[in-house]
Design a protein around this ligand. Structure first.
Ligand SMILES: O=C(O)CCC(=O)C(=O)O
Ligand SMILES: [Fe+2]
Length: 382
C-alpha cells in the first residue's frame, strides 16, 4: 500500500469530513457579506455550511412535529429524537455530524441552514421559564436535540437553564451580566466553562454547543466564532511556549460562582493551550476577570492571542432556521454587546436556544439530577 496516496493536508481532512457527496452548489451557502470578521476578511467557510432543500426541510419538520418535547431531556426522549433524525436527515448532514462525533479531525463549527422552525413565536421566556408558553410548537427544541444527539450526549446544568434546552434571552436587570442573559456588555471570546477542566472532579466543560435563533432582535448582535488552530498560526514561538506553560489562573464563569459547588473559583496555574499543534485544545475566556496572567510575558502572550483570535474570527447571525454547532475544544465564541429590544408585552426580542453536548456523561455521574439530564453540581458530591 502506498502511504503517499493517503497524504491529505490537515485542512483538507476537515473539509473531507464535511464535504457532501450529494450536495450541489445550489444547496450550499456561506461568505455572506454580513458575516465578515470585526478585523479580518474571513466569513463562513462553505465547507462547514449545509443548507437543506425545501423538501428536506419539510420532511424533517413533519417528523419533528410528531415528537413531544420532554424538557427533562431524559434518555428515552433523546433516543426517540435521535432515531427520528437518523431516519430523516439527509445523508450529507448525517455524515458531517458523525465525523464531528468521531472527533478525529473535528470542524471548529458547523452551520445548518434552511432548517424547520415553529410556525408562530409570540413572546420569549425568562431563563427559568420553559419556552412553550411563547411559541406554537417544539420544533426548535427537538431540532437542537436532534443535532446534539448525533454529536454526543446532550445535557444541561440547572443554573444555566432549567430545561435540557436552555433559553437565552436578554433579561432586564442583567444587562451588564457576563452570561447569555446580558446585553450591554460584550460576552467576549471564550471556551465554555474552560476552568472546569482543571478543577478536580468537575470537568463538566462541554465538548460542544448547539445553538439556534428562535426570535431575532432588530439590533442583530452577532455570535462570533474563531478557530483557535488558525489563530495560533499567527503567533510566534515565544508566545506559543508561554501559552502552553502553566502561566495562567482561570476562574469559573459567574453563574458557577454563586452555585456553591464546594470548590475554589479559580484554578491553579494552567496553560491556555494544550495538545496537538494542528488542532490544539484551548482553555481561555477573554471577558471580565476570567483569566489572570501570572507574569508580564504571560500577559503579553495573552493579549497577542486575543488579537490573533479577533483577526481570524467572523460573525454569524443566529437566525431562526439556522443551527450552529461550535466545537468547544478548538473554537472560541463570543456575543456582541447590544441594546436589547423588548416587545409590547415587555418580553425580549432576542431568544436563542442552546444545548450543551459532551462525548460521555461519565463526569456527570456524581451530580444531582434535578430532572433527567438537567444536573446540579453539589457540594457534598465533589
Ligand atoms: O448568545 C449568544 O449568541 C451566545 C451566548 C453564549 O456564549 C453561549 O450560549 O454560550
Ligand atoms: Fe458561551
Amino acid at each position: 500500500m502506498n502511504s503517499i496516496s493517503y497524504a491529505v493536508s490537515e485542512h483538507e481532512k476537515c473539509e473531507t469530513s464535511t464535504k457532501a457527496k450529494d450536495t450541489g452548489s445550489s444547496v450550499r451557502h456561506g461568505d455572506s457579506p454580513g458575516e465578515q470578521s470585526k478585523t479580518g476578511n474571513r466569513g463562513l467557510n462553505n465547507n462547514n455550511v449545509f443548507r437543506l432543500t425545501d423538501r428536506e426541510k419539510s420532511i424533517l419538520s413533519d417528523a419533528l412535529a410528531q415528537i413531544n418535547y420532554d424538557d427533562s431531556g431524559n434518555s428515552i426522549y433523546i433516543n426517540t429524537v435521535k432515531n427520528v433524525a437518523l431516519s430523516v436527515l439527509p445523508k450529507r448532514v448525517l455524515a458531517a455530524l458523525q465525523e464531528q462525533k468521531a472527533s478525529l479531525r473535528p470542524c471548529p463549527y458547523l452551520v445548518f441552514d434552511n432548517m424547520p422552525t415553529d410556525d408562530e413565536v409570540f413572546g420569549a421566556p425568562t431563563s427559568l421559564e420553559t419556552g412553550s408558553l411563547h411559541k406554537s410548537g417544539h420544533i426548535s427544541e427537538n431540532l437542537v436535540i436532534a443535532i446534539a444527539s448525533l454529536i454526543g450526549e446532550p445535557y444541561s446544568i440547572s443554573f444555566e437553564g432549567m430545561d435540557i434546552v436552555n433559553n437565552l434571552t436578554a433579561e432586564r436587570g442583567k444587562e451588564k451580566d457576563y452570561t447569555g442573559l446580558g446585553s450591554d456588555v460584550e460576552l467576549d471570546f471564550h471556551i465554555e466553562n474552560a476552568a472546569l477542566k482543571f478543577i478536580k472532579d468537575l470537568n463538566l466543560s462541554p465538548t460542544g454547543l448547539v445553538l439556534t435563533g428562535v426570535r431575532q432582535d432588530p439590533a442583530m448582535p452577532k455570535t462570533r466564532i474563531a478557530d483557535v488552530g488558525e489563530a495560533i498560526r499567527l503567533l510566534d514561538q515565544r508566545d506559543l511556549a508561554v501559552l502552553r506553560g502553566d502561566n495562567y489562573c482561570l476562574k469559573v464563569p459567574y453563574r458557577w460562582r454563586n452555585a456553591q459547588v464546594g470548590q475554589s473559583f479559580e484554578t491553579d496555574p494552567v496553560p491556555l493551550i494544550s495538545g496537538c499543534t494542528i488542532q490544539p485544545e484551548a482553555h481561555v475566556a477573554f471577558y471580565g476577570d476570567m483569566v489572570t496572567p501570572l507574569s508580564d510575558e504571560a500577559d503579553r502572550a495573552f493579549r497577542n492571542f486575543y488579537e490573533a483570535i479577533k483577526t481570524v474570527s467572523f460573525g454569524v447571525d443566529l437566525t431562526p432556521g439556522r443551527i450552529v454547532c461550535i466545537d468547544n475544544r478548538i473554537a472560541v465564541h463570543s456575543r456582541d454587546s447590544f441594546k436589547a429590544n423588548y416587545d409590547d408585552n415587555g418580553l425580549p426580542m432576542r431568544w436563542i436556544q442552546r444545548v450543551f453536548v459532551t462525548s460521555t456523561l461519565w463526569n456527570h455521574r456524581s451530580l444531582r439530577s434535578v430532572k433527567g439530564r438537567v444536573f446540579e453540581p453539589l457540594l457534598h458530591a465533589v
